[in-house]
Design a protein around this ligand. Structure first.
Ligand code: SPV
Ligand code: MN
Length: 626
């Protein structure tokens, strides 16, 4: 018997040992044995795909105080520490082996030193606790897209969240046998105080791309701990780059056109910029809201949701603007609320829920009453601005029937959107794939939000809304995207959207419901049903087509004045944006493909020609239909 086998036999009960050994994968066994030796848990639970095992994890989260039951069956609430409420970009780093380079834009640490540091924080971190070993599958099961994963954690909240968010993988591991091709995640919340991670300064998320392995310690917030979410996305981007497919920060939506036609869209938006609410538009069907894998198959781009659940921002979810989510959040089904306000009747409340909030309760700061301030004298809001809900997509009324299709769905259009108060029009189609990738995706900027630690509202460059998760040099990532559709006869159309355009008084120029119209217009374009107006940067809708869509779908009288305000081409802002973004590529991205600079120059020329011919601000009625 090998040392590994002996250690597993000693540390696991017979039942758990048998479960682990039934998966004939020496690399996985080595990983588990090493984790046990390092963290020294009191016990080990190996989770299979059974309902009983999932229930065990759910109950453990309640028993150890990481979750508390709420007033509706299946609902629980979890709190993260007051300073642990979002992704920590500063302490998330790639472990860089000697001689390798990721570029200055990606945060990294020399590998030997990083491994030593993070392992020192993990050492003995599970003493007195139960280690949970869970198996999941990224993407649908039994599919070319599938990636098996193992998550080791001492947090039943993390494991519970993953049973909601990901497809089960124990049986998938059994099928793949001794294959070394899987992702590995080890997490410990570290020392706790009042059930939250205490040593926040020692919070670390370190990523080893060579080993497809991520370490996370001294943190609980889902974005730092749920290995299969953004940590796996980083591993997947690297894997996809080597294998010729794409891993993206994208929703996948079935847009329902005339006569029952369904056209699938994938859409990339930075966190907290309308991605989930777009994927949930009423009358449409959802495949996924956050992460997609795209592959070419049979001359098409096909796409799957990597997940099967949603870890969504709860702020502003209300019965009027997001009826589908609101319904799921108020009926008996499995939901984990995090960092909301809980009243004395165990009812959850959050900012923007469309109801008056209680003046006291329990929230991420502990016992809370209106007016309470934190150590810096800042008023503590009733719920955190990045408070979340975690639920199963099958519990939503708008689930698309192809959600679990191993072949994925064919993609008709790809949408890029950001939080942009003054430049882009609400919707615009790129002239072709190359311009779409360069002028829409690679030029994306967005104002920062509560989804990451740091100041909000700062305009920042965010390449394809995926910048936070990139694990390859930026130039290579752009080239991969350009090349991806090179041999496809009719690649997906590329669109930009902007829900956040404001007037000079800082008022939004669009209503919450309008986003449905932009998506349905894109659906008509993909199917060749409507003409469009040519601008220097792409193709925008004709007034009549929008007026019809507004009338038929949201029963709104769309005026010519609305149209002009929203679709006026803002030449100075567009030029300034090109300058800002070009500067970043010139100064910070040494491997930028030349075609990016050439395309920027071409578009700048078009913008200037239009400025000479018309003026700084061009009404769409002055431009020609194509
Ligand atoms: C995001 O912030 O983009 C999310 C949630 O989807 S997190 O898990 O924090 O990444
Ligand atoms: Mn996201």
């Amino acid at each position: 018997m090998s040392n590994v086998n002996q250690l597993l036999k000693e540390k696991l009960t017979t039942e758990n040992y048998n479960r682990l050994i039934a998966l004939d994968n020496p690399k996985m066994h080595d990983f588990v044995a090493d984790a046990i030796e390092l963290t020294r848990p009191a016990s080990v639970f190996v989770c299979t795909d059974s309902d009983e095992d999932r229930a065990y994890i759910r109950e453990l989260a309640i028993k150890n105080g990481e979750e508390r039951p709420l007033n509706i069956p299946g609902h629980t609430c979890h709190f993260d520490g007051y300073y642990d409420q979002a992704r920590d970009k500063v302490r998330t780093k790639y472990l860089l082996p000697p001689g390798s380079e990721l570029g200055a834009s990606l945060n990294s640490i020399e590998k030997a030193a990083g491994v030593e540091e993070v392992r020192s924080f993990l050492k003995d971190s599970m003493v007195g606790r139960e280690m949970l070993i869970c198996f999941f599958c990224l993407g649908p099961i039994n599919s070319e897209f599938s990636i098996p994963c193992i998550q080791i954690t001492d947090s039943p909240y993390v494991a519970h969240s993953e049973t909601i968010l990901y497809r089960p993988g124990y049986e998938q591991f059994r099928k793949t046998g001794a294959s070394p091709d899987f992702f590995r995640f080890i997490h410990s919340e570290g020392e706790l105080e009042n059930a939250v991670s205490k040593n926040i300064d020692n919070r670390r998320v370190y990523i080893d791309l060579e080993e497809n392995l991520v370490y996370s310690v001294n943190t609980q917030y889902g974005g730092n701990t749920i290995g299969l979410k953004k940590l796996a996305l980083r591993l997947a981007i690297n894997k996809a780059s080597k294998q010729g497919w794409l891993a993206e920060h994208m929703f996948v939506l079935g847009a329902h056109g005339p006569a029952g036609r369904v056209t699938y869209f994938a859409g990339a938006f930075p966190s907290a910029c309308g991605k989930t609410s777009t994927s949930m538009l009423t009358g449409q069907t959802i495949i996924g809201d956050d992460i997609a894998y795209l592959r070419k198959k049979g001359g098409q781009v096909r796409c799957v949701n990597v997940e099967k659940g949603i870890f969504g921002i709860i702020r502003d979810v209300n019965s009027k603007d997001d009826p589908v989510i609101y319904e799921a959040l108020t009926k008996p089904c499995e939901v984990i609320f995090s960092n909301v306000l809980i009243d004395s009747h165990s009812k959850p409340h959050w900012l923007g829920m469309g109801k008056e909030l209680p003046t006291e309760g329990i929230n991420h700061s502990g016992q809370w009453q209106k007016g309470k301030t934190d150590a810096n004298g800042n008023e503590i809001t009733a719920s955190h601005r990045n408070a979340r809900y975690c639920l199963n997509i099958p519990d939503l009324g708008n689930r698309d029937p192809l959600l679990d299709d191993p072949d994925g769905v064919p993609i008709g259009g790809i949408i890029y959107g950001g939080r942009d108060s003054d430049t882009w029009v609400p919707v615009e189609q790129a002239f072709n794939w190359t311009e779409g990738i360069i002028i829409k995706a690679a030029a994306l900027e967005s104002e920062t939000t509560a989804a990451t630690l740091g100041k909000e509202g700062v305009r920042t460059f965010n390449l394809m809304s995926n910048l936070d998760f990139l694990s390859i040099p930026l130039g290579r990532y752009i080239r991969n995207n350009l090349d991806f559709a090179r041999d496809i006869e009719n690649p997906p159309m590329i669109f930009s959207v902007n829900y956040f355009l404001k007037d000079d008084n800082g008022e939004y120029l669009n209503g919450m419901a309008d986003k449905k119209i932009w998506i349905l217009w894109a659906e008509l374009r993909v199917n060749g049903d409507v003409d469009a107006i040519e601008t220097p940067t792409g193709l925008i809708p004709k007034y009549e087509d929008l007026a019809k869509l507004f009338k038929n779908h949201i029963d709104t009288q769309y005026t010519q004045a609305d149209y002009i305000r929203q679709f006026t081409i803002r030449i100075p802002e567009n030029l300034a944006k090109l300058d800002r973004v070009e500067k970043i590529y010139k100064e910070k991205v040494p491997d930028t493909p030349q075609i990016l600079f050439d395309t920027f120059a071409e578009v700048r020329k078009r913008l200037k020609a239009a400025q000479d011919k018309y003026s700084d601000y061009i009404s769409p009625f002055d431009l020609t239909v194509k």
